[in-house]
Each structure stands twice: as structure tokens, then as C-alpha cells.
Design a protein around this ligand. Structure first.
Ligand code: FES
Length: 340
């Protein structure tokens, strides 16, 4: 297979990018700390400057680039493939260095079950072990969908090759429609991973807060399961907040109840933002936005916690602002991957 040699200005370690990989995938497979978050062209974290050589730009209009970036000839590594040897400029950093370099492999769909009216769990199995950190994601290559889609795992790394995803059926969404309506048990697709830097920090002694909204459920369930499996909840508390739109969307508690620390060091809090929709389950619980619920429960204690969150951009934005501006929680204690 054709491979292109990529040199990074100012550092000695270069890497080879296979012709069907993006520049970002090539760098991460080589164990390089190339900055990134979403792998999908939305966040802009993987910007680089092309000094020499030619690339194929898979998505020139990607939202992760501003007009200024385009004027300055900046490109997104998750949306570019080398067409020749390259020299590029980017600030690599050890925080992005993958603990397990991602690999592309075949994955067979072996089981599905519904979690809510529009979230379903899909379980895939690969021949090689599923080595990933709690909270990471993989790219799924779904038949009929041009670009791979990023979905977080809800289970934890395991030697059996099991990858569990909890995916929301997005109205008008091609990828989720194909998964829900076309893919059958026994079908195989390609899976590339693991990716993501918002994974469980096992060596941090602080209590933990997980905040999930919508299909951000999966990585937060994975973090809670990982914390339990690693014995972290024997001497730490974990507060799990789930922000749902309507009472029919509330989920996650039954999965957490399977963990031995549920009700003790592990606490679940659900909050619903819309309580007036027709034909919905009655709701007597908390109402409002999930970041306000976190404020009500944790308040001034906020800087003592390690935060993980995943959900729609307005939710992650509101949380980030509240934590950093209102409560001065240090940035190193906040972990989330931006999805778009
Ligand atoms: S835009 Fe490339 S990682 Fe987000």
C-alpha cells in the first residue's frame, strides 16, 4: 500500500501516512501527539500549516476552519490526505499522544437493544481485543454514508473485542438511519479507533462528576463503569448527572444500578428541560438545564471535582463557561471532546 512520508517542522519524529488514512490517523497510528478532538472536521483542533507537498482536502468547507484560517492556508488534519511527501507545521503535545494507537479493523454487529424511544445500544465484536480507555470513541464506516462517524463506547476496554455504542436516531440523519434500519445482526462494517482525549484519569484522587445529555450518555456510562472497575469508587464519590429533553428521554440509571457502588459513592441525578410536551410520561423530578442542576447540587465545592462531560454543544458550552468562569475550576480538571 502507498505510504507518504510526513515531516513535522521543528521535531525529529516524522511518520508515514497510508494512502487511505487521513493525516491525523497516520500521526496517531505512529504514536504522535497530534492535537485533535472530534476527528470530524467540526472542532478545528487539528489545524496545521502545509509547508511543502500536496494534499487531498476531503471537506474544504469544514466548519472547523474560519475564513482567516483559509486565508492563512491552514488545513484540518482529520480532513486531509497526503498526495505526496509533506512537510507540515503543527504544535504537537504529549497530552494528545495516544495511549493505544488507533487501528482500523472489521467489526461484526452481534446484538442490539433499545434504551429509550430513540437511543439504541449496538454491540460489535472485532477479532482483536478492544483496547481503549473509558470515555473514548471510535469511527464507524457505515454503508451508504460518505464519511466515517464518531461514536463513543459505553463499555470499557476488554480482551474479547467487544465495542458497545449507544446511538440516538437523529431525525434526517443518514448514519443513524442506516444503523437503525439497514444494518442487520451478523453484518460487518469497519471500525477505527480508539480516539479521544476525554478519557478517565485513573491516577487523579479527586471525586468525579459526569454530566451527560442526549447521546452523550455512552462515554459517561463508560467513565462510571471504568471508575468502578478500577476500584476508584471505593474512596471517591461519583455524581452522574443526566440532562434529558423530556421525561421519555431520561435514561442511564438502570446501567449505573448494576455497579456495586450505586446508591453509596455513586449517585444518579436526572433533570428534564421540557415537561409540557403532549403524551409524555408524568415527571415529578428536577426540571431545568443540567448545568443549573450541577450548580444546585455541588455549588461552591465545584473546584474539588474532576469533571467529564458529553452532550450537545449548547450543554457543553454552558458547563464549560460555568465551571471555568463562575467557579474557577482549573482547565486540567475538565475533560470533554467536542462533537458536531
Ligand atoms: S476538526 Fe479535526 S479533530 Fe476536530
Amino acid at each position: 500500500m502507498t505510504e507518504y512520508k510526513i515531516l513535522i517542522d521543528g521535531i525529529e519524529q516524522g511518520f508515514l501516512q497510508a494512502a487511505n488514512d487521513t493525516l491525523l490517523q497516520g500521526a496517531l497510528r505512529a504514536g504522535i501527539g497530534f492535537p485533535y478532538e472530534c476527528s470530524s472536521g467540526g472542532c478545528g483542533s487539528c489545524k496545521f500549516e502545509l509547508i511543502e507537498g500536496e494534499v487531498d482536502n476531503l471537506w474544504p468547507e469544514a466548519a472547523g476552519l474560519t475564513e482567516r484560517d483559509r486565508r492563512k492556508n491552514r488545513l484540518l488534519a482529520c480532513q486531509c490526505r497526503a498526495k505526496s511527501a509533506l512537510k507540515i507545521k503543527v504544535n504537537t503535545s504529549s497530552e494528545y499522544r495516544p495511549l493505544t494507537p488507533p487501528q482500523r479493523r472489521h467489526a461484526k454487529l452481534v446484538e442490539t437493544h433499545d434504551i429509550t424511544h430513540d437511543i439504541r445500544e449496538f454491540r460489535f465484536v472485532t477479532e482483536t481485543s478492544a483496547d481503549f480507555q473509558a470515555g473514548q470513541y471510535a469511527l464507524l464506516f457505515i454503508p451508504g454514508v460518505a464519511a466515517p462517524r464518531a461514536y463513543s463506547m459505553s463499555n470499557t476496554g476488554n480482551p474479547n473485542g467487544e465495542w458497545h455504542f449507544q446511538i440516538r436516531l437523529v431525525p434526517g440523519g443518514k448514519a443513524s438511519a442506516s444503523l437503525f434500519h439497514t444494518l442487520k445482526l451478523g453484518d460487518e462494517i469497519d471500525l477505527d479507533g480508539p480516539f479521544g482525549i476525554a478519557y478517565l484519569r485513573k491516577d487523579v484522587a479527586r471525586d468525579i462528576i459526569c454530566v451527560a445529555g442526549g447521546s452523550g450518555l455512552a462515554p459517561m456510562i463508560s467513565i462510571a463503569r471504568g471508575a468502578s472497575e478500577n476500584g476508584m469508587l471505593q474512596n471517591r464519590q461519583l455524581h452522574f448527572f443526566y440532562g434529558a429533553r423530556t421525561p421519555d428521554d431520561v435514561c442511564g440509571e438502570s446501567m449505573l444500578n448494576e455497579l456495586p457502588e450505586a446508591g453509596g459513592n455513586l449517585r444518579y441525578h436526572a433533570v428534564v428541560s421540557q415537561t409540557d410536551a403532549a403524551n409524555q410520561t408524568p415527571w415529578n423530578g428536577e426540571t431545568g438545564f443540567v448545568h443549573d442542576m450541577v450548580r444546585r447540587v455541588i455549588g461552591a465545592e465545584m473546584p474539588k471535582y474532576e469533571f467529564y462531560f458529553a452532550g450537545p454543544p449548547p450543554m457543553t458550552q454552558a458547563l464549560q463557561e460555568m465551571l471555568m468562569l463562575e467557579y474557577r475550576v482549573p482547565f486540567e480538571q475538565i475533560h470533554f471532546d467536542r462533537y458536531f
